[in-house]
Design a protein. Structure first.
Ligand code: DLL
Length: 430
């Protein structure tokens, strides 16, 4: 099933014509932003110089750090009164990245999600439980608008209150569940404890974090569903950029709306199908916040063109990151954020180690932190107080519950070269 057959199946010269037209518009739109005016001048290219798709290689890359430096509205190409909504990214030191949307952006984003969900056979006959966070995170509202556009019966359950979510699935006859894969695993466990059969459920769409093939098998058998991978990021509107079709072998990108490149993260050189590298995306339909050659930091590769479903070129499911960003229960965390929090607290030193485990299918982050002896009277209640303070400050900055262990000064490893402060003990997922 297609939502927009013409755009979804466009290939070859027809696709290139659409992409070029939209690329020219995007570069013009970007040139309204101070950052891009400077970058384009540095690269010696003006919007009118874009004559073919190959010219994209002359455009500068955009990095996450550039967006951070533009906080809060430095990357808006339209006056703020044309911005009808903002979302923010999780996981940046200090201030997050603010993503703005015009009314047209919200409509285009909803259409992309409608394409994704129609592609896997969902329709107005389905009841869609949207168990992703609503709010500044793009997941909840992003899917909500797309599912409503199709005309599905949307249950905006958001996250948490898991027993109640199971009851909703049963009471409302939910046919499709949308969440992070780790939350879906938790739902499965609680459903089993409650003896809930979840008979109506047949489809699960999971994303916002990496998940393995074995997790897919487990989710499918425990929830009685077919599970699909769903990929996106705040900077590209949010979810909906990449999605599996019924072949469930790689992610389709909507090539009329996103120009995809894979590069060698070290050299910036472009790579061909089958070569693993960093995904770089130029969104072609973003009005409020256009981006040029955005370096996603996600590692994947292009497939050869074509797919049995009739749509265009796919990329492999995400294989890892090119930077030190961690994705913990769907929330992006940079080790530098933890350092930032600890440095602001006199009770502890700046040495820390982070351990990440998957316990009962949920990511758990444990942080060992060295105490500052001057702030420790030797009494146990003092330790409890400091531990609660550190945990609270980390939760506030990361938006995440962590376990904090206070350890003696001088006991954590010191590094001569690049510090390795993170030990990820989750099984490799790709
Ligand atoms: O996670 C948007 C989203 C919401 C996607 C709901 C899917 C479902 P951010 O919070 O900006 O946006 O995080 C984006 O998360 O660069 C990847 O590293 C990671 N990520 C997202 N989806 C997947 C996936 C949303 N399916 C960052 N597989 C991305 C692996 C994923 N990693």
């Amino acid at each position: 099933m297609f939502w927009n057959r013409e755009m979804e199946t466009a290939t070859g010269a027809e696709l290139e014509r659409i992409q070029l037209k939209r690329l020219k518009w995007t570069v013009k739109q970007a040139s309204k932003i101070g950052f891009y005016q400077k970058q384009l001048a540095k690269a010696g290219i003006a919007p009118d110089d874009i004559a073919s798709l190959d010219d994209i290689e002359r455009l500068p890359f955009t990095k996450k750090q550039d967006l951070r430096e533009g906080y809060p509205f430095g990357f808006l190409a339209v006056p703020k009164r044309e911005v009808v909504r903002i979302h923010t990214t999780s996981g940046t030191t200090g201030k997050p990245t603010v993503v703005g949307y015009t009314r047209g952006d919200i409509e285009r984003w909803a259409e992309l999600i409608a394409r994704d969900l129609t592609m896997i056979g969902l329709s107005e006959d389905d009841v869609f439980q949207n168990a992703l966070g609503y709010g500044l995170f793009t997941g909840g509202l992003g899917f909500h608008y797309g599912a409503e556009l199709i005309g599905m019966t949307v249950v905006p359950s958001a996250t948490g209150n898991t027993r109640r979510q199971i009851e909703m699935i049963e009471d409302f006859g939910v046919t499709a569940i949308n969440s992070t894969p780790s939350y879906a695993m938790h739902l499965a466990e609680v459903a089993e404890e409650m003896g809930a059969g979840l008979e109506t459920l047949r489809v699960g769409t999971f994303g916002a974090e990496p998940w393995s093939g074995s997790m897919r098998k487990e989710l499918e058998s425990r929830l009685g569903i077919t599970a699909y991978d769903s990929y996106g990021m705040s900077e590209m509107f949010g979810p909906g950029a990449g999605f599996e079709c019924q072949e469930r072998d790689g992610l389709h990108f909507w090539h009329d709306s996103y120009y995809v490149e894979i590069i060698d993260p070290a050299t910036g050189e472009r790579l061909g199908p089958g070569e693993r590298g960093e995904l770089v995306v130029t969104p072609l339909v973003k009005e409020a916040m256009p981006l040029l050659r955005y370096r996603t930091g996600d590692i994947t590769m292009l497939y050869e063109d074509g797919c049995a479903c009739g749509r265009g070129q796919k990329i492999a499911r995400i294989m890892g990151r090119s930077d030190d960003m961690l994705v913990i229960r769907g929330i992006n965390v940079f080790p530098s954020q933890i350092e930032h929090v600890l440095l602001a607290m006199p009770e502890v030193g700046e040495q820390f180690m982070v351990y990440i485990d998957r316990i009962h299918h949920l990511d758990e982050m444990t942080i060992d932190v060295e105490m500052n002896r001057d702030y420790f009277s030797g009494e146990l209640k003092d330790l409890d107080r400091i531990q609660a303070k550190v945990t609270g400050a980390l939760r506030e900055t990361l938006g995440l519950r962590t376990r904090v262990n206070l350890v003696e000064p001088g006991t954590l490893p010191r590094f001569e070269g690049k510090a390795r402060r993170v030990v990820d003990r989750r099984k490799e997922v790709w």
